[in-house]
Ligand binder design. Structure first.
Ligand SMILES: Cc1cc2nc3c(=O)[nH]c(=O)nc-3n(C[C@H](O)[C@H](O)[C@H](O)COP(=O)(O)OP(=O)(O)OC[C@H]3O[C@@H](n4cnc5c(N)ncnc54)[C@H](O)[C@@H]3O)c2cc1C
Length: 427
């Protein structure tokens, strides 16, 4: 079959050496077959292998081909909606679990990097930057809320302090999370894939699942092979298409764009981000940025509902970058790429089971680097029969997009327009 390469991102250009893995061309067996080799699939595989399950992953393109190999690289803790929203949708016991889990994904990443010696430029420290008083008030409330669940590592930054960490006049303050941070996202995925294989897991690339036979003995079919398993984990997220129609009906793939500048000289790079923290602002349609290991500014933002690729990414993102850092007007952009994340109506992840043997996690709505690592642990717990935390996630309500994906995209765009207006007005 035709070989699907990585998109031309800075990450693909600076990826650690990795093997081209074979397509699945046989009828094989495994305890668990995982569809998709992004963080959800790889994290699930690692936890399962560590607990003695045999695992086979089928990946449509290459390891980290989807959002996991293209994202902003920001280790953002908690969920796309904060715990107060979750508290209102689930009972007290589950809300307590969500509160306790909010920072676990970041710990899992650090533990993986240390245990499997993954070279992915891990740096500590992430900042949520407020553009106005209302956003600052929200950050203050968020800090208090998270402290209620025992997370004491957050520090509020006032108008003066934020200038010590971001060389821009754009912000009125911020919230620093030292348990946040950043990574080279594709190298994290490639390192996790190598760890999977070191534990005996099998990964097949260029092997899209074409059909999942459900039931007591599920089978995942690809063009030239099949995996007979006891359990299947569906981890295709925004790239899954219509393989599982129930999952497509309640989620919406959205594109977001990222650029990487040419390498900046050391003094300029330090003047932008003196402590090398990553930053995201508090807008609904947010901008996010950080430095790469070779001092490029990696800047992302913008959302295309329905995941069409825009013709000129730099034209969308450069003006956003210059609003924050006008001093970069002459700096060249060397890479520009797009990737898809999966939006849900609640902006909370969707986790559950289809029958007794097919499990899924999807839709972390833009903040997924930490969540997907936690999801892998929770899915592995559930397959081992410890489903308390899985049940907490599964209890979050799932809503279908009105009119499905075709009508959902314009409706979501309308919602985004409303939120952009609110961002602009600061209300
Ligand atoms: C541009 C961009 C920037 C982002 N920035 C951040 C950020 O800075 N911080 C943050 O927390 N989150 C960020 N996110 C979100 C985050 O990257 C994702 O939530 C996360 O990577 C999702 O991981 P995943 O494994 O669930 O999905 P993916 O990484 O998309 O992996 C799914 C995989 O499944 C494969 N697949 C799909 N269908 C099939 C099939 N039928 N058969 C076999 N394989 C299949 C795909 O090829 C893909 O490799 C960003 C997302 C994007 C797109």
């Amino acid at each position: 079959m035709a070989h699907i390469p990585y998109p031309p991102s800075y990450y693909a250009a600076s990826a650690n050496p990795a093997p081209l893995r074979d397509e699945l061309q046989a009828d094989i067996q495994a305890d668990v077959c995982i569809v998709g080799a992004g963080y959800t699939g790889l994290s699930s595989a690692l936890f399962l292998l560590e607990q003695g399950f045999s695992v086979a992953i089928v990946e449509a393109a290459r390891v980290g081909f989807g959002a996991s190999g293209r994202n902003g690289g920001q280790i953002v803790n908690s969920y796309s909606r904060d715990i107060d929203v979750i508290e209102r949708s689930v009972g007290a016991r589950h809300a307590q679990l969500f509160g306790e889990m909010a920072f676990e994904g970041g710990r899992i990443i650090r533990e993986r990097v240390a245990r499997y010696n993954i070279a992915c430029d891990l740096k500590d420290g992430g900042v949520f930057a407020a553009l106005g008083a209302k956003q600052m008030g929200h950050l203050e409330a968020q800090k208090r809320l998270r402290e209620r669940y025992g997370h004491q590592q957050l520090e509020l930054l006032d108008r003066v302090r934020i200038r010590d960490v971001v060389g821009s006049d754009h912000y009125v303050g911020g919230l620093l999370d030292l348990s946040g941070g950043h990574i080279h996202p594709l190298n994290l995925a490639l390192g996790e894939a190598a760890a999977v294989e070191s534990l005996g897991g099998r990964i097949f690339e260029q092997s899209p699942a074409t059909r999942i036979e459900r039931g007591a003995n599920p089978v995942v079919h690809t063009a030239r092979g099949k995996v007979r398993a006891k359990f299947v984990i569906v981890a295709g997220n925004a790239y899954l298409g219509n393989l599982v129609p129930e999952l497509a009906a309640k989620s919406m793939p959205c594109g977001t764009q990222v650029i990487a500048t040419e390498p900046l000289d050391e003094a300029l790079a330090r003047s932008l981000l003196p402590q090398d923290y990553c930053v995201e602002d508090c807008n609904y349609l947010l901008d996010y940025y950080r430095l790469s290991a070779d001092n490029r500014l990696i800047f992302g933002g913008g959302v295309v509902y329905g995941a069409r690729d825009p013709a000129n990414i730099e034209a969308i993102i450069r003006p956003k970058l210059l609003k924050v850092f006008p001093q970069l007007a002459k700096v060249k952009v060397e890479f520009a790429w797009t990737g898809n994340f999966l939006l849900t109506l609640s902006r909370l992840p969707q986790v559950g089971r289809l029958g007794d043997t097919v499990y899924y996690s999807q839709g972390c709505s833009g903040h997924g680097v930490t969540y997907t690592h936690l999801a892998g642990k929770i899915l592995a717990e559930a397959l081992r029969g410890q489903a308390e935390r899985f049940d907490a996630f599964a209890s979050l309500p799932h809503y279908p997009f009105p009119g499905g994906r075709a009508l959902g995209a314009p409706l979501t765009a309308l919602g985004a327009w409303y939120y952009t207006l609110r961002d602009k007005l600061g209300v």
